[in-house]
Design a protein around this ligand. Sequence first.
Ligand SMILES: Cc1ncc(COP(=O)(O)O)c(C=O)c1O
Length: 368
Amino acid sequence: MLQPNHRAWVEINLDAITHNVCTLKQFLQAGTEFMAVVKADAYGHGAVAVAKAAIAGGASWLGVATIEEGIELRQQGITVPILVLGATTTAEEVYALLEYRLQPTVSDWGEAQLCERVAHHLGLCLPVHVKIDTGMSRLGMPWQRGAAFLEAVQKCSALEVVGVYSHLATADELDSEFVQVQNDRFRQSVAGCDIPYRHLCNTAGLLLAPSLHYNLVRVGLGIYGYVPAPHFRSLVQLHPAMTVKARISHIKILPPGTGVSYGHRFCTTRETRVGVVTIGYADGVNRGLSNQVQFSYQDKLVSQIGTITMDQCMVDLTDLPQVRVGDILTVMADATDWATKLHTIPWEILCGFKHRLPRLICDGNKTF
Ligand SMILES: Cc1ncc(COP(=O)(O)O)c(C=O)c1O
């Protein structure tokens, strides 16, 4: 593998993305399409590269959170349909939706009218997805009024309702009872309407039951190589696509009883060979992980010691005398471990690596 000339970086294995999409698609019946959710710069992985790898794996739709995210994909030549999952609030945004062939989510009458007014003014037709709130209590028309809202939007002459969807609130919980409640509400809302795409599932929903799939699923976390909760692990084998790496910049030998880093929250108990690693919390290595995580060097674990600082942190290299200044450590290869330690979720860990870390695309064992 080529050794990149950076202090620290994020490696993205696009083969893993393609593999994960192919693997997850095997859960779907023929005719059900796959939307790769690449919002938030593809959960920190790099939206354009991930979108292309997901399309190579069989994704026929992309999902983004914002219009800017959609524009970036279009400007890089991506042509598949793109759904904007977030809200549309200004006329300028509707112009952009039309110009870049992005499909908005319409959650209420105000949003529908805004889209209708601008599209009508330009003499154009805007494809939209109507969102129904079946229990997430975020975007979407409350399900009791869902069918009526859908009918009303269908009557807008400058809008074409190409999709109707909802979002599951509890699909990754052990108890999936409320998923059925949401599915029943969704089914009732869309009963009898003639709309090309109906979609409800995130990664967890996809893994839960084919009855939730309808004819399109919106998958984020799974394509990056993670299941949404431990109880899904036995169902599918996915490959994490992101690895975070950094270098050893200095090595020093400290006598027993020496405090390390701010607050001296680590104190050596033996003569310790301490390595300074070129990554810190300003790169996305959460300070809350101080003294709690292990990095790795060629498959050997290395304990992080002392408070993680803004740009650097320290490791104990005493048992790895072969490690030299300039050597590379793997800082993060499993977001689940960090998420557990930080009482959060893998989604937040993946999105947390800052853009001062370059994203290096690697293809299997090659980095280029
Ligand atoms: C509306 C919507 N659909 C789908 C997804 C993808 O979810 P996941 O990453 O759990 O697959 C998200 C992610 O937050 C979302 O907001």
